[in-house]
Design a protein around this ligand. Structure first.
Ligand code: KG4
Ligand code: ZN
Length: 353
């Protein structure tokens, strides 16, 4: 049995995990920083970096103890080396380098997006290459053709906001706090998705990409209209916050399924339609993509919820997929690191944390 220690610290989760080449998660711990960032309504990079620095080493010790292991029992150390908030990435990568050097273990530098992209294979050993992947998180919204480990073709990306970001902004507008995705999903369950007319940017477009900025602005206008109506203006809105949440979520689903359908038409043969990243935790989105896959006679694969949002098991697993490789101890942390360096730049597309 080969065991990889994985370390994740690129955004606001400090995480460590031990994963075997037999797809067993021996132990994993995640320290969320939600409380620290909540007063600011989003992740504050300096607060995140400090929290990673304070928490990571004890967290790794606890994870090893959970599995009844020491560093000597580990075969390789894998850590997120980017993309992400640079302070946090450096904390994780430097810690991994120190452990690799002290324990004389190979260091494997992992692209955080590759962690998400390969995470479905940790839970599902039947998932074979190539597969069509929707990678939807707080910082990214891409469709990738996953041809193999290290072989990713980006078929689409967002020209403005990521979908998770749109969920988080919608949550903020509706006063649901941070992080927003799960809260919007909960409230959407109480609303009517047909009540508030919202745009579906780029749906039906010949270009393959996503856009969510216009949807976000339309949600803002709907919320302001609801809040600014006078009690006696005779123009009372016929919708609620829950209807806004439900209508937003439905618009997001329509955008995702339309873009995924277009990608399926151009990607060539694939073994499955796969979704990963934090937004993949959304049950309504999973159900819609499941139906789309069924329409195409394809398997649908989504990781268990705990593997969707940021975690270290996916980083350890990417390390397992890359066993045999080792990176030099001077490998740098990379705030930006595209999975498909050959993909052409898209207007307005910025990779965010
Ligand atoms: O993958 P992740 O943990 O971090 C990044 O790498 O970005 O994704 C976090 C994003 C946040 O925007 C969060 O609101 C969203 O995933 N998210 C959800 C749900 N759970 C998390 N969005 C919609 N529905 C959910 N249930
Ligand atoms: Zn992520």
């Amino acid at each position: 049995m080969t065991t990889v220690l994985g370390i994740e610290s690129s955004c606001d989760e400090t995480a460590a995990a031990l994963v075997t080449d037999g797809r067993v998660i021996l132990a994993q711990r995640i320290a969320s920083q939600d409380e620290a960032h909540r007063p600011y309504g989003g992740v504050v990079p300096e607060i995140a970096a400090r929290a990673h620095a304070e928490r990571l080493t004890p967290l790794i010790e606890a994870t090893l103890a959970d599995a009844g292991m020491t560093l000597a029992d580990v075969d390789a150390v894998a850590a997120t080396a980017g993309p992400g908030l640079i302070g946090g990435v450096m904390v994780g990568l430097v810690t991994a380098k120190a452990l690799a050097m002290a324990g004389d273990k190979p260091l494997i530098a992992i692209n955080h997006l590759e962690g998400h992209a390969l995470s479905p294979r940790l839970a599902d050993e039947a998932l074979t290459f190539p597969y069509l992947l929707l990678l939807v998180s707080g910082g990214h919204c891409q469709i990738l053709l996953v041809e193999g480990v290290g072989r990713y073709r980006r078929l689409a990306t967002t020209i403005d906001d990521a979908l998770g970001e749109a969920f988080d902004k919608t949550a903020k507008l509706l006063g649901l706090g941070y992080p927003g995705g799960p809260a919007v999903e909960r409230l959407a369950g109480e609303g009517d998705p047909r009540k508030v007319p919202l745009p579906r940017p780029l749906v039906g477009s010949a270009e393959p990409h996503f856009s969510f900025a216009g949807l976000k602005s339309a949600v803002m206008r709907a919320k302001h209209a609801l809040d600014s109506q006078g009690a006696n203006d005779g123009q009372r809105k016929s919708y609620t916050d829950a209807d806004i949440a439900a209508s937003f979520q439905q618009a997001a689903i329509d955008c995702l399924t339309d873009r995924a359908r277009r990608a399926l038409a151009t990607a060539g043969p694939v073994s499955a339609l796969v979704v990963a990243g934090g937004v993949a935790a959304n049950q309504a989105i999973r159900a819609a993509l499941q139906a789309l896959a069924a329409d195409h006679g394809l398997r649908f694969v989504a990781p268990p919820l705990g593997l969707c949002t940021d975690n270290a098991a996916m980083i350890a697993w990417a390390g397992v997929e890359r066993l045999g490789q080792s990176d030099p101890l001077d490998i740098p942390a990379r705030p930006r690191w595209p999975l498909d360096p050959g993909a052409e730049a898209v207007r307005g597309a910025g990779v965010k944390a």
